[in-house]
Write a protein that binds this ligand. Structure first.
Ligand code: DP6
Length: 333
């Protein structure tokens, strides 16, 4: 019997993956670029069981006790494990426990961290898998494309090249290159009504979708250069333009997907004001109402203080750029 425990981070996309070129293989229509987070991570412990046992799947609650995973989580994990087994040929039954270090009811997606943690734990338990890019591709088998980027730390690109069966994510720069903060501003902690998967499918119905694909070529290149040059003003312009465009595509899809709430825009306006006042801060969003405010270490205390004064904020999670998955010495059971 063997056992392994790992952690794997969430990430925030600065150039968004929105729309798929291949739904079966979870390949994106465009390249994306993300920043791996440090505090928002999933933990996962896997243990092999005797040959005739069924798989056991647990969630570890905030009080540290293990409870059977709820049906939706169980289904997602079972699906992912089935696909991992198919491409690795390891069929031994497993006891699986997972949890998140961030509040699960905060409206922060945990699929990237959760599924990459499971893939990393699986690959570590059973050794090297038959593929040139085991981890990024394995994480993506879950159907969560953003999980492909969570296997690396720092700034990460995911080309999503349909001609490359592995289409791995790659590191653009290590976390130490630029220790940016991400202040996650939760304005609505409820689970989103429409999944990203439906959003990806619907994106193609936006009349602006094709134009976005054209614009992204230069935007992607410019953002890479701005990150490598640590040019915050340039990063801020590109990141905010991209965040608005994600929502523009969502809002103009048929039927429309509308995620913003009044407090979402309050954060956005306030951060723009802070930037005009000379602070390095900018806002981006996932497919949801919550804001991620990126800022430099020098200006972090002032930006945080300003965000704390805003109305309509339910919760603030203070995160920053981080490393990729790690093997842990402490197990969940
Ligand atoms: C807007 O299909 O990876 O966050 O499985 O819910 O994590 P989840 O979503 P996924 O799509 C991510 C959409 C996005 C942009 C991005 O992360 O690139």
């Amino acid at each position: 019997m063997s056992k392994i425990s790992v952690s794997s981070p969430s990430n925030i996309a600065l150039i968004k993956y929105w729309g798929m070129s291949d739904t079966k293989r979870t390949l994106p229509a465009n390249r994306s670029l993300s920043m791996t987070l440090s505090r928002c991570v999933s933990l996962c412990t896997l243990e092999t069981l005797g040959d005739s046992s069924p798989d056991e799947i647990y969630w570890r609650g905030e009080d540290g006790t293990l409870e059977p995973a709820d049906p939706i989580m169980r289904l997602g994990i079972e699906d992912h494990v089935r696909r991992l087994r198919q491409c690795s040929d390891f069929w031994q039954p497993l006891r699986i426990a997972t949890t998140n270090t961030f509040p699960t009811s905060a409206g922060i997606t945990s699929s990237a961290s959760g599924f990459s943690a499971l893939a990393f734990a699986f690959a570590s338990l059973f050794g090297q898998l038959p593929s040139t890019d085991p981890l990024s591709g394995l994480a993506r088998l879950s159907g969560s494309g953003s999980a492909a980027r969570s296997v690396l730390g720092g700034f990460v690109t995911w080309p999503g090249d349909a001609d490359d069966p592995h289409s791995p994510a790659r590191q653009l720069a290590a976390a130490s290159h630029w220790p940016l903060h991400d202040i996650i501003v939760v304005v609505d902690g409820s689970a989103k009504a429409t999944s990203s998967r439906i959003g990806h499918q619907r994106a193609l119905s936006s009349p602006f979708y094709q134009r976005r694909q054209q614009l992204l070529v230069e935007r992607f290149r410019n953002l890479q250069h701005a990150i490598l040059a640590r040019d915050f003003a340039r990063v801020a312009d590109i990141v905010e333009c991209e965040a608005i465009e994600l929502h523009l595509i969502a809002m103009s899809s048929v039927p429309p997907l509308f995620y913003w709430q009044p407090a979402t825009l309050s954060v956005f306006y306030r951060v723009q004001q802070l930037r005009r006042d000379g602070l390095d801060a900018c806002t981006t969003f996932d497919a949801g109402p919550n804001a991620h405010v990126l800022c430099t270490p020098e200006h972090y205390p002032q930006v945080l203080a300003a965000i704390r004064e805003l109305d309509g904020v339910q919760q603030i999670i203070q995160d920053r750029i981080g490393e990729g998955p790690q093997v842990l010495t402490q197990a969940l059971f």
